[in-house]
Structure formats: structure tokens, C-alpha cells
Design a protein. Structure first.
Length: 577
């Protein structure tokens, strides 16, 4: 290990000696016209002997010796060859074992320019960035702006490839720039391609509610424009990207604007395949538009009785309306009725209108909607909706079966239905079901005075999802009212004794008697002994005031049930004396 350590130290010492054993070249500044300029280097290793100047018509060589300069203080040399040459310099000192280094290789042409990467608006200023010049003699860059007075230099920068022009006015027009490279002799590169900032203009389409933008697409990127990102800030908020326009498209319509809002808009263009980008001026607009109806929806449909239906709806309270109507469509009818809606500006957000028609109780199915026309003549219609239609039917002895159609309004979810019954003008709740249930059985109590004829209605409680995503509870939503009468229950005795306990014969009805009624009693030969259309009258066993003999007699009973069913029955009865 000791010998390895000694060898390693020797290797490091040798390399340190070799790295220091070099003679520095002059600092080759530039070539101006036919003259080379340099600054001598400090080489204390030994006496100065001369400068060597090598040249070649090809940068890759071979290079040959052009001249030796023996004056250590000389800092220039003229080569009147009038041809394009490449040069480098060496300093020769009497320093045994030390090698002379070569200077930078320069030619007698102006420095190469540093191409502009982008110019971009930065508030009231313009930021300029460019690639560094490939010429090693380049010391700085001159920034030129194109003005009405011509192309003028505005500044010179050193050791940087970016610049902010604080004297620009990019919010009032496009600004255009050149950047040229500058060497230490005052040579400047050729002027390359200028770049200019993006300047957007706008017009407002009051009826389309849009801000229409136009601009000259960014030019002279090698790869072209990949995309243009549209940024919009609303009412002082930080702008956010809202859309992207591809390639060299120079127009865009920002739609859905509202009257009274402030919009600040700019675009950022990006070069395809690189990180280069350019931002435009910021355009702030307070548009004067015809405010359309952006939100229009039904909230509720409720049957009020007395041939009236209440329709509740909402619309944008800042809309500029010319006309508004309630549209009504009856079941099995193709003709839509339009009932004008009276309104005043400014609008109320939530409104109700009453629809009346003498046929509401007969034509129960009605579809409703709201139709509007704004001051530009553009129409907007709400989705249509249907209220709750109740049907009540007798489901057999001691039971009424109720079914109903759902409350059908867009974005409205029924949470529950409440079932009520009406008696003597008072509604009483008899049950509640969830919003997915559309039927209910009412078990009847024969001892209840309301048993025979009951009226019902349904009340919905719902949740409406508004356009902004919030919710609102909607209640009440009344259904149509429907009544159901129980069928007439009756009993026919099979015997009676005019002088006994049961002294007359006829049907015995419970709770109520039919209004359409016929009852007849016959002898065995078909002769009519008794007939009546009054359910309160019964046969007393006589014919023309005289008793008929004991025996068996036939009868026919006919009447109509409340639901319209016609009952016809016959049988016999035993008359006992």
C-alpha cells in the first residue's frame, strides 16, 4: 500500500506540473475590417519572444503561420488580403517544457446574430429573449425597436440574452424588435428576422352575447405556432384559461357573456415543440349586450281546485325580455295554448301564474312550459312538466285504492307523497309514502260517517336541483282531487209477516240508497202486485188495498251503483199470514 500511495502522489504531481506548464495566448478580441486586435497575456514563466498569427480559409484548417510579432506591446495586426479567413493567436515565451495555448478562432466577418426566441407582453412592458450568438468574439447585443420614425436602437446589454423594454406601449399596439450581436471592435451582426408582440382587438356582438377577438398570429418561429391559449378574468379575478385555438388561427369568439360584467382577456401563443411562448396585450371589455334568458325552468305545478292550476317557474332576473307565455297542452290535443305572461323589468327570479279552464276537472292531464322571446328575437323555452293526477277507485269491501301520476319536472326529485282525505271541508292526513311510490290503499271504517263517499288529494314534497348545483325544497305540490263512493250494500229478506214483526218487504240498503232504482213484486202468473222507484217504499203484502194470500211471490230489483254499474237481481219471498 505504501508503494501505491507514493506512485499516486507522483502521478498527481506530474499532472499538476503538466496542467500548469502552459503558455497563455493573447485575448483575441476581434477582427475589424482587415485588422486583428488582441490583449497580451501575462506569462511570467520566461522572456517573451513573439506572437504567432495563424490563418486558414477553412475553420477546420489546416492553419499556416501568417506572421510573427516580436513587439510584446503590439496589440493589432493588419491583413489586407480582402478574403474570408479564420485566425488564431499564440504567445511564444522562452519557457522550456511549457506548451503555448491557442486563442479563440475568429474570422474577419461580423459576429453571428443570436436569433430571437420570443417577444412577449409583460403588463406595460415587453420581454425579449434570444439565443446566444455562436461567435466567441460577441460581447453584447443591441436591441432595436421599429417605430414610426424608423428602426432605432433602444439599449445595449452584456452578458445576458433577455431584455425588458420599459419604454414600450404594447397595450395600444404591436411592438416589433430586432436583436443584433456586438463584438469588442464594434462590429455588429447582420439584422435577422424581427419579432413583434401579439396585439388583440375585439368587437362585441350584442345579440350573440359574445366578445369576438382577432389578432395577427405570432410569426417567424421555426416550428410555427402550436396553440393559442385564451385567458379570461371576470370582474377583476385572475385570468384563467378557458379555451385553446390551434395553429395560425387569429380569431376567437368568447360566448356566454353577461351584461354589467368586466372581462379582461389575453392570449398566450406557444411554439410547437419548444418552450417558447408569447403573451399578448390584455384587453378589458365591459360589454353592452341584450341580456338573454340563460336560466329558465319550472319549479312546481299544483292543482288548486276551482278549475285552477298554479305553475311556478324561475328565469334569469337580468334578462331583457320582449315576450313571455305559459304554454299549455291538454291530453290528446295537438294544439298548444299560449297564455301571455305579464312581467316588468327588472324581472323577479321566481314567479307563479294561474291557469284556469272549465275543463280542468274533466281533462285532468295538462302539460305546461314557459316560452320567452328576448329583445333580439331569440326564443328560449323551458322543459315541460306535468302535475300529479290522482285516481281513486273502490277496491272492494272496506277499501279504496288510490293511484297517481308522478310530479314530473326536470331536475326535481320527489322526496315523499302525503295522502289526505277531505270531509266537511277539512283535510286530514291518512298516510305518507316515499317519492318512488305511486299508490296507496285506504282501509275504510264503516262506522265513519265519511265511509260511503270519500274525497282525496296527494301532496308532494320535492327537492329541486338549481342550475348552479344548489338545491331547493319545493312544497306543497297538490294533485287533482278525486272522490270515490262505496257500492250500495243491500239485504233482501226471504220472508215477511204483515201482521208480525217484519211487516213489509223490500231491499234494505246500508248508509245510502241509490238514485236510480226499480223494485217489482209478481204473483205466480206474472201479474205485478207492487212496483216502486223510491228505495224508501216497500211492499206491505196488499194489492189495491186488499191482503193477498199467504204464499211465495217473485221480485225483480234493479239499481245503479255510484260507479255506474247497473245491478239487476231477482228472487222470491215467503208471505206469512
Amino acid at each position: 500500500m505504501k508503494y501505491i500511495y507514493i506512485l499516486l502522489l507522483g502521478f498527481l504531481s506530474l499532472n499538476t506540473f503538466q496542467s500548469n506548464a502552459q503558455i497563455l495566448p493573447p485575448d483575441f478580441l476581434c477582427v475589424k475590417s482587415d485588422t486583428l486586435f488582441w490583449i497580451p497575456a501575462n506569462n511570467p514563466c520566461g522572456p517573451f519572444e513573439y506572437y504567432e498569427i495563424y490563418f486558414s480559409p477553412d475553420k477546420q484548417g489546416p492553419y499556416v503561420l501568417l506572421a510573427r510579432i516580436t513587439d510584446p506591446n503590439q496589440t493589432f495586426y493588419s491583413d489586407p488580403s480582402n478574403q474570408e479567413y479564420y485566425y488564431y493567436l499564440q504567445t511564444i515565451h522562452d519557457c522550456p517544457g511549457e506548451m503555448p495555448l491557442q486563442s479563440d478562432t475568429l474570422n474577419n466577418l461580423p459576429p453571428e446574430l443570436g436569433p430571437i426566441q420570443s417577444v412577449t407582453v409583460n403588463g406595460d412592458f415587453v420581454d425579449i429573449s434570444w439565443e446566444p450568438s455562436a461567435s466567441p468574439e460577441t460581447e453584447g447585443y443591441i436591441i432595436y425597436r421599429i417605430t414610426d420614425l424608423g428602426t432605432i436602437p433602444i439599449d445595449t446589454v452584456y452578458n445576458a440574452t433577455t431584455y425588458t423594454d420599459i419604454g414600450a406601449d404594447p397595450q395600444n399596439g404591436s411592438e416589433e424588435y430586432f436583436v443584433v450581436a456586438l463584438d469588442g471592435c464594434g462590429n455588429i451582426s447582420l439584422f435577422g428576422q424581427s419579432h413583434k408582440t401579439i396585439f388583440i382587438n375585439s368587437t362585441v356582438d350584442s345579440c350573440n352575447q359574445s366578445i369576438d377577438l382577432s389578432w395577427e398570429p405570432y410569426e417567424y418561429w421555426d416550428n410555427g405556432v402550436g396553440e393559442n391559449i385564451i385567458y379570461v378574468g371576470l370582474n377583476g379575478a385572475n385570468p384563467v384559461p378557458v379555451d385553446t385555438v390551434q395553429g395560425l388561427i387569429g380569431n376567437y369568439s368568447y360566448t356566454g357573456i353577461d351584461k354589467g360584467n368586466d372581462y379582461c382577456i389575453f392570449i398566450i401563443s406557444k411554439e410547437a415543440g419548444t418552450g417558447n411562448q408569447s403573451g399578448s396585450n390584455t384587453l378589458c371589455v365591459t360589454p353592452n349586450i341584450v341580456q338573454p334568458v340563460r336560466e329558465l325552468y319550472l319549479e312546481n305545478i299544483s292543482y288548486l281546485g276551482n278549475n285552477q292550476i298554479e305553475v311556478t317557474y324561475s328565469w334569469s332576473n337580468n334578462a331583457e325580455l320582449a315576450e313571455a307565455y305559459l304554454s299549455v297542452l291538454k291530453l290528446n290535443d295537438d294544439a298548444v295554448q299560449l297564455q301571455p305572461i305579464n312581467f316588468s323589468i327588472p324581472l323577479q327570479t321566481t314567479n307563479s301564474i294561474i291557469f284556469s279552464d272549465p275543463n280542468i276537472s274533466d281533462e285532468k292531464h295538462w302539460t305546461f312550459g314557459i316560452e320567452t322571446v328576448d329583445n333580439c328575437g331569440d326564443a328560449k323555452n323551458s322543459e315541460t312538466g306535468v302535475g300529479i293526477i290522482l285516481t281513486a277507485r273502490s277496491g272492494g269491501t272496506f277499501l279504496n285504492h288510490l293511484t297517481w301520476t308522478p310530479l314530473d319536472i326536470q331536475n326535481l326529485e320527489v322526496l315523499e307523497y302525503t295522502i289526505e282525505t277531505l270531509y266537511n271541508g277539512i283535510y286530514t292526513t291518512i298516510g305518507t309514502v316515499n317519492g318512488n311510490t305511486l299508490e296507496f290503499d285506504d282501509t275504510l271504517d264503516p262506522s265513519d260517517p265519511a265511509y260511503f263517499n270519500k274525497c282525496y288529494r296527494i301532496i308532494a314534497r320535492s327537492r329541486l336541483t338549481l342550475p348552479d348545483g344548489t338545491t331547493k325544497i319545493i312544497e306543497p305540490s297538490y294533485s287533482t282531487i278525486d272522490c270515490v263512493a262505496q257500492n250500495y250494500n243491500y239485504f233482501m229478506p226471504n220472508a215477511f209477516a204483515p201482521r208480525g214483526r217484519n211487516q213489509s218487504f223490500g231491499p234494505i240498503f246500508s248508509y245510502a240508497t241509490p238514485s236510480v232504482y226499480s223494485f217489482k213484486v209478481f204473483n205466480r202468473y206474472g201479474g205485478v202486485l207492487f212496483e216502486s222507484t223510491d228505495p224508501e217504499q216497500s211492499w206491505n203484502g196488499k194489492k189495491d188495498g186488499r191482503d193477498v194470500p199467504q204464499g211465495v211471490y217473485n221480485y225483480i230489483l234493479e239499481f245503479e251503483q255510484p260507479n255506474g254499474e247497473k245491478i239487476s237481481t231477482n228472487g222470491w219471498v215467503m208471505l206469512v199470514r
